[in-house]
Design a binder for this molecule. Structure first.
Ligand code: LLP
Length: 434
């Protein structure tokens, strides 16, 4: 029995199986809770499924990993080792990509709000800057001139497409803060302006319509609009682009049996549109795709321990030693991560899994049918490998959780648990630590 087999059983809903119990009991005993546990093989499987879907159909292809989903260096290294390049949103993520061994010139930097120092840092490392607006364009141009370099740029375009996902992660609709609007000639004007600036080299075009997208329709519409725009740039401005980035956003199933678009579905849906538009265009740019969640979410679970179980006149609460400081998605988005009670297979009852943050909204799972656990039991939250640890905080003065990576039967601590000292690391000295 390997640890991985135990983790797979938890995922498959067999958390009472001895292999599942043994794996999580060992991990929790050795590393404490709350704990993020990642499975390296799942990351490799996802990256390979993505490649298998796109590579045969798109000979000119660039696959990227959106680091924001999980910036742990050991995770990033494993994704990059599968042949993906980094897509980042901040200087910190540029640094994370470089730490993982990426070359600066392979990094794509997209953000709607870049500071002057972030722009300088990116230019010094020859990072490809995905420009969000005209104010930023002027700043990038000035910085490149000042540094005596040429800035490689693309524009993030707002294609005005609604992929029908959660409002907070719906990014390509007209009212969104991201990118230059395609409609009204704004995007074309941006390229015309950039073309006239001597310190800039225009490379491609980018968009990202949202996250946790489960159907192909939004991408199809976006691909048509973006490729028509690329044609407009060629015909009107004489520009030839080297890539068209259709963003990330590939959703995953958050419930047992939920049907969700796969990379294969997406690649198959995009193929005829791409071929048709490329024919009209007269040249073939690279197709870029930059998922985050798809690659790492299912590789991770968050394990917490039950502190107490209480039944009020209204509900039964399972109080665990994690909260929205550890896994923010339920409180922030109403996200429903599947929950497995480890080692229990009693009659399911309606339970709320409550976090240890002192706020009413800190419910990690609401109204679930689960076997009743006891204090000391372990609870696993699935699909926590993306936007899990990276969104954690020290709120309520709780140190950050640890992260471990399971590779077969080898376990590696890839982030040590936070310490009491770290909670106050940047405050003035008040004497010896308690
Ligand atoms: N590219 C850009 C420009 C993005 O803004 C994002 C995500 C991605 C790629 C990757 O998207 P993905 O493939 O992971 O869906 N914290 C939220 C998700 C926010 C996504 C923001 N942008 C959550 O926990 O659901």
């Amino acid at each position: 029995m390997t640890l991985r087999e135990g983790l797979l059983r938890v995922r498959a809903g067999e958390a009472a199986h001895p292999e599942a119990v043994d794996a999580l009991t060992r991990l929790a005993a050795d590393h404490g809770t709350p704990l993020y546990v990642y499975d390296a093989e799942t990351i490799r499987e996802k990256a390979r499924a993505l490649r298998a879907a796109f590579e045969p159909r798109f000979p000119r292809l660039g696959l990227r990993y959106a680091l924001k989903a999980n910036t742990n260096v050991e995770i990033v290294k494993r994704v990059l080792a599968e042949g993906l390049a980094p897509e980042v949103v901040s200087e910190g993520e540029v640094r994370a990509a470089l730490r993982a061994g990426a070359a600066g010139r392979d990094v794509l930097f997209t953000s709607s709000s870049k500071s002057p120092s972030e722009i300088d840092f990116a230019l010094r490392h020859d990072v490809l800057l995905n420009v969000d607006n005209l104010d930023e364009l002027a700043q990038v141009s000035a910085a490149a001139l000042r540094l005596g370099t040429t800035a490689r740029i693309s524009f993030r375009i707002n294609p005005g497409v609604d992929p029908d996902t959660l409002h907070q992660i719906n990014t390509g609709i007209p009212e969104s803060k991201f990118g230059v609007h395609l409609d009204g000639g704004h995007a074309r004007a941006a390229y015309a302006l950039a073309r006239a600036l001597p310190a800039l080299a225009i490379t491609g075009v980018h968009c990202h319509i949202g996250s946790q997208i489960t159907e192909t329709a939004g991408y199809e519409k976006t691909a048509r609009r973006m490729l028509a725009f690329v044609r407009e740039l060629k015909e009107e401005l004489g520009l030839t682009l080297s890539f068209v980035d259709l963003g990330g956003g590939l959703g995953i199933p958050f419930a047992d049996g939920q049907a969700v678009m796969t990379p294969e579905d997406l690649a198959r849906a995009l193929k005829p549109i791409w071929d048709e538009e490329v024919e009209l265009l007269g040249y073939e740019p690279e197709l870029w795709i930059e998922p985050g969640r798809y690659l790492v979410a299912q590789a991770g679970l968050m394990v917490a321990r039950v502190n107490s179980v209480k039944t009020t006149p209204v509900k039964t609460f399972v109080n665990v030693d994690a909260g929205f400081n550890t896994l923010m998605r339920p409180a922030l988005y109403g996200a429903a991560h599947r929950v497995r009670i480890v080692g229990r297979d009693g009659e399911p009852m309606l339970l709320d899994v409550a976090g240890d943050v002192c706020e009413t909204g800190d419910i990690l799972a609401e109204g679930r049918l689960l076997p009743r656990p006891s204090a000391g039991d372990l609870v696993a939250f699935l699909d926590a490998g993306a936007y899990g640890f990276v969104m954690a905080s020290e709120y309520n003065a709780r140190p950050l959780p640890a992260e471990v990576l399971v590779d077969g039967d080898a376990v590696r601590v890839i982030r040590k648990r936070g310490t009491w000292e770290e909670l106050h690391r940047s405050e003035p000295e008040v004497g010896p630590p308690l």
